[in-house]
Design a protein around this ligand. Structure first.
Ligand code: RIB
Length: 299
């Protein structure tokens, strides 16, 4: 049997404190929260969870403080390799999340240990990787440009979900990417175009012709573009929206797992949309990520 390609996720780990409110608080307003729950989170951790649940071989590399050791438990239970998660003196990243009755969210992020990466951490990523392995990144850790350069030079294939988007992303060596996944806002910011979804994706494809580009469109599904053309997939309606937190991470993990495993492009996009659709019907980021059997049952 062929060994699975390892996906190395150089990713954030956060403690998510989630407040359920009627609406997102406005400037100057004080509102009550019905509940307060603590979940494992961080775009990196969420995507590793989705990848593991989708059946990929995933190694998570990241940094936490003593306060975040519990974050490893869920990853281990899902079968991810957590030997690359280092516990140090800087406190764990922390997200304060409001989820409103319509499922929309607002997030305040404290980077903590996610922003304490140095060259030795980058070496920990590269040192354990083989040529052809995949490096997955989001935009919640520091040192991204150096990490991308060094991983590409080491023969890794690169996947980036530039979330949360910031102006610094334009200075990353994006031409080295094999896979780029953005949402509608990130796509418009990165392309510099405030136009139709199709034109935004076309512009990203023009800028990065060797990269598979995907843009997620919320309830409208997703568009995928590469040298072979453009395909769309819709988001199945599976029930009332409870919490949109982590839906993009669920999509990213399921989609990349499929791409790396060589799943046919349309099936891969459909499966990732189905996983994202299930995620928004459940509370929490990692707690909302479906198992592969549930996604297959939906399809
Ligand atoms: O994408 C959702 C994630 O964004 C949350 O889990 C939170 O930690 C922030 O990183």
């Amino acid at each position: 049997m062929n060994e699975k390609t390892v996906i190395h996720n150089a990713g954030s780990l956060n403690i998510d404190d989630v407040f359920r409110t009627t609406h997102i608080v406005r400037p100057g307003e004080t509102i009550p929260s019905r509940t307060l729950d603590r979940y494992p989170g961080g775009k990196g951790l969420n995507q590793s969870t989705a990848l593991a649940r989708a059946g990929a071989a995933i190694r998570h590399i990241g940094k936490i403080g003593d306060d975040g050791v519990f974050l490893k438990e869920g990853l281990v239970a899902d079968g991810a390799d957590v030997s690359g998660i280092e516990v140090g003196e800087v406190p764990t990243g922390h997200a304060i999340i409001q989820v409103a009755d319509d499922g929309e969210n607002a997030i305040v992020l404290f980077g903590g240990a996610n922003q304490a990466w140095d060259t030795t951490d980058i070496e920990r990523v590269i040192g354990a990787a083989k040529t052809g392995d995949v490096l997955l990144m989001q935009n919640e850790i520091n040192g991204m440009a150096e990490l991308m350069e060094r991983a590409a030079a080491a023969g890794m294939r690169l996947a980036l979900n530039p979330a949360p988007m910031g102006p610094e992303v334009q200075n990353y060596p994006l031409e080295k990417l094999n896979w780029l996944v953005v949402n509608e806002i990130e796509g418009r910011e990165l392309s510099g175009l405030d136009d139709s979804d199709e034109l935004v994706v076309a512009e990203l494809h023009r800028r990065f012709p060797d990269t598979v580009v995907v843009m997620t469109l919320g309830k409208k599904g997703a568009i995928r573009s590469d040298k072979n053309g453009v395909i769309h997939s819709s988001f199945p309606d599976v029930g009332p929206i409870v919490d949109t937190t982590g839906a993009g991470d669920t999509f990213m993990g399921y989609w990349l797992a499929g791409e790396v495993a060589g799943l046919e492009a349309e099936a891969c996009l459909r499966r990732a949309c189905a996983a994202g659709a299930l995620a928004v019907t459940r509370p929490g980021a990692t707690t909302g990520i479906p198992m592969l059997t549930e996604v297959e049952a939906l399809l």
